[in-house]
Design a protein around this ligand. Structure first.
Ligand code: SF4
Length: 293
């Protein structure tokens, strides 16, 4: 394993694997995990009947000022896990909880550790599909290198303007990175893609621009998951327009655009955040999903 980290598009080059210095994201030389367990709120093909085995990793390559998970994404709450301890978590999800898959939530800084843990389990015959559950801020080279951890690409398309990505998530080059990641997942045989669009207050037009990009550059047959669940949290409480919920008209404009662009595969989260039920975007994919992050 190379010592200097270039796992995410930030390529901060921290000497973290040697334990010398944490990266921009805060990750060091061990996986750090906040919590894990079966989760039934993901999109139906991922939750299945037995639930998705979510592992919520601490730290994050993005710094979203509205992050609902700031105690562990920004502040690093959680516990360091050795490779064997990470393998034990994965084993328990697979064997005790009998989940459908291992759902890696924001795994990018820890991919080499996950691969090592998975290969230990594989020697005991324990294998599950992986969900790579990501903001979309990824590097193609890294997706390719760790493609065995990506049976499902559950990738966000969060912004269509880099200035918003920089202001709201301090993620330079987000738009190209996320679109390239989605395109990679679309093109790659054996990877199932779901593109998630979290509608942000004051920025519904960016979700619509991303839907337009998907429809024109890739395909309107890609399953999309349109989410209304944005709730002001953390630094967003003092940063307009992120200090409010998404207006119903904003949300509906995105849903309408999805239909206009011909998307039929996917799910629409109910506008009311207290209502976890979803409607179908089209006729093709039955089921519903709830709050997923
Ligand atoms: S994953 Fe973390 S340590 Fe690695 S390049 Fe990105 S910010 Fe730096």
């Amino acid at each position: 394993m190379k010592n200097l980290c270039e796992l995410c598009p930030r390529c901060c080059g921290a000497d973290r694997f040697g334990g010398a210095a944490a990266g921009y994201c805060g990750a060091l030389d061990k996986s750090r995990v906040f919590r894990w367990g079966p989760h039934f709120g993901e999109e139906p093909p991922i939750a299945g009947e037995r639930g998705s085995g979510c592992i919520f990793f601490s730290r994050c390559t993005m710094k979203c000022l509205y992050c609902q998970n700031s105690p562990w994404s920004w502040k690093g709450a959680g516990e360091d896990k050795s490779i064997d301890e990470l393998a034990a978590i994965m084993r328990s999800l697979a064997v005790d909880d009998n989940v459908e898959n291992w759902n890696l939530v924001s795994p990018t800084p820890y991919l080499p550790f996950v691969r090592e843990a998975a290969s230990k389990l594989a020697k005991d015959g324990i294998r599950l599909p992986f969900v790579w559950n990501s903001s979309g801020y990824e590097r193609i080279e890294i997706l390719e290198e760790f493609k065995e951890l990506c049976s499902w690409a559950l990738f966000d398309l969060r912004y269509s303007r880099n200035e918003t990505a920089l202001a709201a998530s301090n993620a330079p080059g987000y738009v190209e990175a996320a679109r390239n990641a989605v395109k990679w997942a679309y093109d790659r045989e054996g990877v199932n893609l779901i593109a998630r669009l979290l509608v942000l207050p004051g920025h519904a037009d960016e979700a619509i621009e991303n839907l337009a990009w998907l429809a024109t550059e890739l395909s309107s047959e890609i399953p999309v998951s349109i989410m209304s669940q944005f709730t002001p949290a953390y630094k967003a409480l003092e940063t307009p327009p992120f200090n409010r919920a998404v207006f119903e008209e904003e949300y509906e404009s995105v849903v309408e655009a999805a239909r206009d662009f011909g998307f039929e595969n996917g799910w629409i989260q109910g506008y009311e955040s207290s209502n976890p039920k979803s409607a179908l975007l089209g006729e093709n994919m039955p089921g519903d999903h709830g709050v997923v992050k």
